[in-house]
Design a protein around this ligand. Sequence first.
Ligand code: NAD
Length: 484
Amino acid sequence: MLNQLPHQLYIAGRWRNARSGRVETVFNPATEAALADVAFGAAQDVDDAVTAAAAAQAAWGKSSGRERGACLRAIAHGVQQQQEQLAQLQTANNGKPLSEALIDVGDVIATFSYYAELAEQLDDHQDQPVALPSAGFNATLRHEPCGVAALVVPWNFPMVTTAWKVAPALAAGCTVVLKPSEITPLPELALAAIIDQAGLPAGVFNLVTGDAEAGAALVSHPAVRKVSFTGSTAVGQTVMKTAADDLKRISLELGGKSAALVFADADIELALEIVCGGIFFNAGQMCSATSRLLVERSIAQDFTARLKLRVESIKVGDPMDPATQMGPLSSRRQYQKVQQYIQQGVAAGLKLLTGGTQPPDMAKGYFVAPTIFADVPVDSPLWREEIFGPVLCINTFDNEQEAVAVANQSEYGLVATVLTSDPERANRVSAALEVGLVWVNSPQVIFPQASWGGMKKSSLGRELGPWGLHTFQEIKHVVMAAPG
Ligand code: NAD
């Protein structure tokens, strides 16, 4: 697939180079080998893309939900046809194990199929009568697309984060300009090639590959009416300030420092499995990583010892090997950031239970062994800050109240995991946690029908479900005096 893939910008239905001629090399993080030279756009290219999207907006916004749904189904079908190749491309560019990349591709198909369904239902729900208390007036409710949408995504779940934005935006009738991460543009280029064949009118979907320069130009473009951004909290805050100038509609999906709470009454085998998945899936590069583990003191010693054994058996290596359970970090920059946190923890005298080094036999690649620090004080940067790598910090608690208080003691509030066999406790704790999604005795399953997003500095708004569609729509009421 890599050889047939266009490495250019996709604007107004055509592939083309960046106006400046700039290209940058993207790499395989497992081997550090160059994968491709990709065109990197800047302000002029962004302007071309937004202009193309603006020109296509009126017709696309007026098309029927059924027409838009058909295009989304064609995209889902196109992705389905190339599942294996797309997964391999993800793994090559991002470093996640092939088994995880296949889950991602399945999520992309499910998301486009789900929003195809919602798009098809829109026609029947337009201009719905609204009940009013006065007989002298009739009112109807319409949903209209926001207009041109700027979609900016990171590198940890490239195609998935993209699908969560592109599918609802197109369903709502918005035209879009997508700016993928500079680290992982290849999965998005492959998706753009599929979208190119899906029957969308030219200009409805546009892709500008590039870095922060292109991202900043896109979110500040005056013809953009809606910004949907996923990335770090710091950049999200900048994007929000920029969007304020034109009062652009804005959705943000940002960082996290989520907690897993293991109570003494939990099924311990299940808890061990879920705790490992919550931090070592995708080498911990998940906004939803449950990187703070809180264990009830009465079981902490035994639980920690069993966790250490289990973590030391995780097979780290070539992500293309089906036996591999954890691949490398996705870039040299991320590898260095994670190593700095580990060194900081060691220098501060934190108890390094396991990991902290490059696994043996890895001469090349950005590999970090699964790492655990125990008894981490709650004021340590490792406990408070998002590391975005395979580093788990453990702490203990004496009672439910304390567990909830410590879990909530964070500027973030994305997700949480609760492990207990007591359903009443599960309900009480879920209600008390300041997060957008709680998994109880469950791995981190995500359904397009349920919402994604959190509280505090983790998010603004929600993705997925009908909420993900509404975020690309404006509401309009028409109130008419009844004929006298
Ligand atoms: P990042 O903020 O550095 O970059 C994200 C995207 O924004 C990239 O495409 C980048 O080129 C672009 N960008 C950078 N500066 C910009 C600017 N000034 N204006 C506009 N665009 C700009 O984040 P990252 O390192 O790519 O991703 C990791 C972060 O993403 C983590 O904090 C993680 O928690 C977060 N994330 C959140 C979710 C979620 O759903 N909450 C999901 C995935 C990742």
